[in-house]
Design a protein around this ligand. Structure first.
Ligand code: ZN
Length: 183
C-alpha cells in the first residue's frame, strides 16, 4: 500500500500505539489501514459418487482443475459464498450442503473453507471463469493437474472418509511442514 484510500496522501508503516504489529498508517487523516486474512469459500459437489471439477480459465493456475471456490464477498455468509462460486464457475446449484474442510494457509494469509454438497441436478456448465466442468470418478481425478494444495487435501480427505462411511469436519494447515505461529 502506498496511498491512503481515505484521503489519497502517502501512507507510512509503523506500529500504532497500543498495537504490536506494523500497519500502514496515514499521518494526514490518521486512518490505520488494517490488513487481515482473506477467506476462500468452495464446494465439493457430488453426483452419484462422482465429483464436479472445473478447469480454470483464469490465472492463477490457468488450465488446472479445481473445486469451485473463490473469495468471500462482504455481506454474505461463507456458505452463501461457496454456493455463489459454484453457480459462477460451474452454473450449478447444490443441496444438502455441509461444512467439511477448514484449512489455514498462513503464508498467504488465507483461510480456505470447503463444503460437501450434492449437485441438485445434472444441469451444469462452464461459467466464465472455467474452460470446462466435468464429473470425475475417484479413479479419474487428475491429481497431477490440480490447481491448489487445499483442493488436493480436500479431495484426499473426501475419498478416505467415503471409504470409512463418515464425514467429520476437518481442520488443517498448509503447507503441513510449516508450524502454526504461536504468539
Ligand atoms: Zn489518509
Amino acid at each position: 500500500m502506498k496511498f491512503c484510500s481515505q484521503c489519497g496522501e502517502q501512507v507510512i508503516q509503523r506500529i500504532p500505539a497500543g498495537d504490536s504489529r506494523l500497519r500502514y498508517v496515514c499521518e494526514h487523516c490518521h486512518t490505520i489501514h488494517y490488513q487481515n486474512p482473506n477467506i476462500v469459500a468452495g464446494c465439493l459437489p457430488v453426483w452419484e459418487g462422482k465429483v464436479l471439477l472445473c478447469r480454470r480459465a483464469i490465472e492463477p493456475r490457468l488450465g488446472y482443475w479445481t473445486l469451485p471456490a473463490g473469495f468471500m464477498e462482504n455481506g454474505e455468509s461463507i456458505e452463501q459464498a461457496a454456493r455463489r462460486e459454484t453457480v459462477e464457475e460451474a452454473c450449478a446449484t447444490l443441496r444438502n450442503v455441509h461444512l467439511y474442510m477448514l484449512i489455514d494457509v498462513p503464508h498467504i494469509s488465507q483461510v480456505h473453507v470447503f463444503y460437501r454438497a450434492e449437485l441438485a441436478s445434472l444441469d451444469f456448465a462452464a461459467g466464465v471463469e472455467s474452460l470446462e466442468v466435468q464429473l470425475f470418478e475417484e479413479a479419474d481425478i487428475p491429481w497431477g493437474e490440480l490447481a491448489f494444495h487445499t483442493v488436493r487435501r480436500t479431495l484426499e480427505c473426501f475419498f478416505i472418509d467415503r471409504r470409512a462411511g463418515d464425514f467429520p469436519v476437518h481442520t488443517d494447515c498448509l503447507p503441513a511442514s510449516r508450524p502454526l505461529k504461536t504468539t
